[in-house]
Design a protein. Structure first.
Length: 194
């Protein structure tokens, strides 16, 4: 499942690099070869290529979540949850943050979680209609994996302080495991939904 997401990032970067090279090198090469006269309009795609380059670098910030997912998967077993429901999505500067509930059907009181697609995509991953596999303790966060497409969401609780009593109830073993997996600090680069 990690290889699927690493391939998705590689495809994204390869496509963007081809686009950047085409936009930045193509007009300059056409001017040098004499195909196009030297003018400001001929060099305009270079500016567009620069913006695509900046946007690509900013989007790759979320791709670093894949390494956090790898760390969580190394320490936690996968548990199946029959319900993964998207409540909201918000576009941020660097990508899309999803608000979701992860629970077992019939179970109430599932905490609101925030998640980002680990591969850096801005779309809601397909395949969560049947539920999802979770690695991690939900009061700390973790990884939610689609059972059909292997798409991964890196998730954290929306309100870290609200789940403090649940984290204490899990015991010191779970606290140590979450520390090893890098889930214990509750830090998240995006603003909360609530």
């Amino acid at each position: 499942m990690l290889s699927h997401n690493f391939r998705a990032i590689a495809k994204f970067v390869a496509f963007r690099l081809c686009l950047i090279v085409t936009l930045m090198v193509g007009p300059i090469a056409c001017i040098r070869l004499g195909v196009v006269q030297e003018s400001t309009l001929a060099a305009l795609p270079v500016v567009a290529g620069l913006f695509v380059l900046i946007h690509t670098v900013l989007r790759l910030r979320f791709a670093t979540r894949l390494f956090a997912c790898k760390r969580v998967l190394r320490h936690y077993p996968l548990t199946y949850y029959s319900r993964v429901a998207k409540k909201e999505e918000r576009g941020k500067i660097y990508g899309v943050v999803f608000a979701l509930h992860v629970s077992i059907r019939g179970q109430h009181g599932a905490p609101l979680m925030r998640g980002v697609n680990a591969a850096g995509s801005t779309r809601w991953p397909a395949g969560f209609d049947e539920g999802g596999w979770v690695a991690g303790d939900l009061p700390y966060g973790g990884v939610v994996i689609s059972p059909t497409t292997d798409a991964m969401l890196f998730v954290k609780p929306d309100d870290w302080g609200k789940l403090e009593s649940r984290r204490r109830g899990l015991g010191p073993e779970c606290a140590e495991l979450s520390r090893l997996a890098g889930l214990d600090n509750g830090k998240w680069p995006e603003p909360r939904f609530s």
